[in-house]
Design a protein around this ligand. Structure first.
Ligand SMILES: *[C@@H]1O[C@H](CO)[C@@H](O)[C@H](O)[C@H]1NC(C)=O
Ligand SMILES: *[C@@H]1O[C@H](CO)[C@@H](O)[C@H](O)[C@H]1NC(C)=O
Ligand SMILES: *[C@@H]1O[C@H](CO)[C@@H](O)[C@H](O)[C@H]1NC(C)=O
Ligand SMILES: *[C@@H]1O[C@H](CO)[C@@H](O)[C@H](O)[C@H]1NC(C)=O
Ligand SMILES: [Fe+2]
Length: 465
């Protein structure tokens, strides 16, 4: 291995400095700079892409929440050679009774690619807060995994979410997943803010890169649910090669429990999980007034019972507030449509991806502007959510480093590093957020914040448990 190669391999560890430049407005722009902004995809023969042994062995096993309350799980997997058994065998830890649930198989074609046999099986009516083992495939290619169901929704139920976005399948992507896995604060489910495989970056949107991504993330997503948000890299709309159905690969491979929240599209939906109510929006579906997504979203917010689920979390791909130059203002039209709803219903936090960096906002809103009154500067607003951009999973497009200057007042902290987040709910009033950059030790936080619940902070006098 040449010297250059060694330097190239370890350049990510050469941190230049750790000084913070305080902008005149008060937010922090970190000057933590690393040399490799761009990262390359892991080669096809990498360990993370290895096929499970045996003819037609199930691969790309992944789970997500399968119902509204957390007692359902959707188990998905792909068999490459022929249709496999659609059944999932499962049993609770400490139980002798094994049950079987049956699913279904889909396939799709994309230009000249034909998918494997994509199996989906929804298991319902599980016990809360219970470890289950499950088996997919049969005979000598049966594979066993496990998951833990969340506790029943309730006001003071602690729960820990991981946050990952724009992951891709580079060496940095692998570092992000590894750091999440080895973080001593154990995440129990991932809120995934969109842009999964980046298969569309390959010629003809080479869908074999969806398969490699599925094998790469299996080591985590087979054991804990990832809650999916669709990003622009899921659109896969290429009329020039006859591919005119947006989100085709994503929607065949990854299901969401959208019907349980009366949504009409898998791309926007909501779930309850422990003490959180999570609303997932689609930045790349119509969201203007009268559209299905608008209608659903505005009906959804009044339904949230903050006693049952105090923490109201919204996920979307394109951030409403980002002070990076790349993708600047792409989320603006959705902000104009939806921000007043987020403030009125006291959403605690909005997580987004898309911008390949990290940023956290102050609690601000910009909802007074009416085109003629000139009130177009975000102002401090105690009812507003914190906006967190966490599109720093590590995909092949690399980091974005160009920021608008000076740092706007609404931006509390920004840094162009790869990493992941942890949102750790303690009780109805307190949650702790930490952001972990990949260059640091597993427990180190690059940025952190105590969240005081927006609904309960004003009701503390009524609060007695
Ligand atoms: C990915 O990370 C895992 C866990 O740290 C490691 O075992 C594996 O070798 C890595 N693979 C590549 C291609 O970096
Ligand atoms: C699809 O077409 C591309 C370009 O012609 C070619 O490189 C690739 O091998 C083809 N793949 C299959 C599965 O036929
Ligand atoms: C809200 O949830 C709490 C706790 O589950 C329940 O006691 C209460 O009846 C619910 N309120 C409404 C309006 O449904
Ligand atoms: C909620 O959690 C916070 C942080 O752990 C703690 O300081 C506070 O006392 C807790 N509230 C109650 C009522 O237990
Ligand atoms: Fe994106």
């Amino acid at each position: 291995m040449g010297v250059e190669l060694i330097i190239a391999r370890y350049a990510h560890l050469l941190v230049v400095s750790l000084i913070f430049i305080r902008s005149c407005e008060g937010g922090l722009t970190s000057s933590y700079v690393r040399k490799n902004g761009l990262s390359s995809d892991m080669p096809l023969d990498s360990d993370v892409f290895r096929l499970p042994p045996g003819y037609n062995a199930p691969q790309q096993v992944h789970i997500t929440q399968g119902d509204r309350e957390g007692r359902g799980v959707i188990v998905s997997w792909i068999t490459p050679d022929e249709e496999g058994s659609t059944s999932v065998l499962y049993w609770a830890e400490n139980s002798q009774i094994k049950k079987t649930e049956w699913g279904s198989v889909v396939r799709y074609k994309y230009y000249n690619y034909s998918s494997g046999y994509i199996h989906h099986c929804t298991i319902n009516n599980l016990e809360y807060d219970t470890k289950y083992y499950y088996v997919v495939g049969s005979g000598n290619v049966a594979r066993e995994f496990w998951f833990v169901t969340p506790p029943q929704p309730g006001p003071d139920v602690p729960y820990t979410f991981g946050l990952i976005g724009d992951l891709g399948q580079t060496f940095d992507s692998n570092r992000t997943v590894t750091h999440y896995e080895l973080n001593p604060v154990k995440g129990q489910a991932i809120l995934y803010v969109g842009d999964l495989s980046y298969a569309d970056s390959y010629p003809l949107h080479d869908n074999t890169r969806w398969d490699t991504w599925g094998r790469f993330v299996e080591r985590n997503v087979a054991y804990q649910p990832w809650i999916w948000t669709a990003g622009n890299h899921e659109i896969d709309f290429v009329p020039e090669i006859g591919e005119t159905i947006p989100f085709k690969p994503f929607m065949h491979r990854f299901l969401t429990p959208y019907k349980a929240s009366k949504s009409t599209s898998p791309l926007w939906y909501s779930i309850k999980r422990a003490s959180a109510y999570i609303i997932v929006l689609s930045s790349y579906s119509a969201y203007g007034k009268y559209t299905p997504q608008y209608k659903w979203f505005t009906n959804e917010l009044p339904k949230v019972n903050r006693t049952e689920t105090p923490w109201l979390i919204v996920l979307m791909h394109s951030p409403m507030y980002s002070s990076y130059i790349h993708h600047y203002m792409e989320g603006e039209t959705m902000r104009v449509m939806y921000e007043e709803w987020l403030v009125q219903y006291k959403v605690d936090v909005v997580f987004a991806g898309h911008v390949h960096a990290y940023e956290r906002s102050e609690r601000i809103s910009n909802i007074e502007y009416n085109v003629v009154n000139g009130l177009c500067t975000p102002i401090n607003d105690e009812s507003a959510p914190v906006y967190i951009t966490i599109g720093d999973g590590g995909n092949q497009e690399g980091l974005v480093t160009d920021m608008t200057q000076p740092q706007p007042r609404y931006s509390a902290y920004r840094e162009a590093s790869f990493g992941h987040g942890i949102f750790d709910i303690k009780n109805r009033t307190h949650a702790y957020f930490g952001w972990h950059r990949n260059q640091d030790g597993f427990a180190v936080e690059g940025d952190s914040l105590w969240f005081l619940n927006r609904y309960w902070k004003t009701k503390e006098e009524k609060y007695s448990v």
